[in-house]
Design a protein around this ligand. Sequence first.
Ligand code: FPP
Length: 248
Amino acid sequence: MESLKDKIIMERLPEHIAVIMDGNGRWAKEKGKMRVFGHQHGVDAVRNTTEACAELGVKYLTLYAFSTENWNRSSFEVDALMSLLTNALKNELKTLNDNNIRLNAIGDLKRLPKLQYDALMYAIDNTKNNTRMTLTLCLSYSGRWELVQAVKNIATEAKNGTITPEQIDETLIGNHLATAGMPDPDLLIRTSGEERISNYLLWQIAYSELYFTTKYWPDFSKEDLYEAIINYQNRERRFGKTSEQIKK
Ligand code: FPP
């Protein structure tokens, strides 16, 4: 079968893809099922997307798995998402290692129940020497939460005299974010037809290309990812310069 994969220009792959996995609830509702059913199938899309990115050679994949605001959902749904997380960590750990993928997590992880926190730390430690791709799960994460933490830490360092206010620049701020050491996302994908950022990677997506698809997350396939990458490759990234300057 013909695949869109063949149309991807391998020399111009996005180094970092970030995804807002949206639409699990609506996907389930359309099928007359409970929201949790959508999340369960969302895990399959996580697996497919991770596999496709690793196969292509994408170095960083960052997934919005649970936002700070998601704590406000019903305890039934929160509990279900938490058990999906532990199950996925348990079931996929071997696959992550077999495929040389490093697991990472960012967010207010201390808010996670102990079971999930411990399972996460175990999987992170167990995959820490893998080098093919870094898969970052954003859990109990929001961009504003992350910026507040960074500002607090920078203020504390300034107060202690470790840094001076004059030393505060974009690099220093970037180094105080949860994503320190990672390149900014080149491509941000959001599924389900919503066209919002929803408090995701606010600092890091300053120059990311945004791609929206109406597919619900559980239906997002490898071919959908290839389509997003091809769309990205057809854009001209100018970073504030003119088209003529870029082509020089
Ligand atoms: C958004 O759909 C999705 C989430 C809030 C959770 C994403 C979780 C998964 C894909 C499964 C667990 C992930 C891992 C990494 C094990 P929504 O519920 O907001 O859908 P709606 O907008 O249609 O209501």
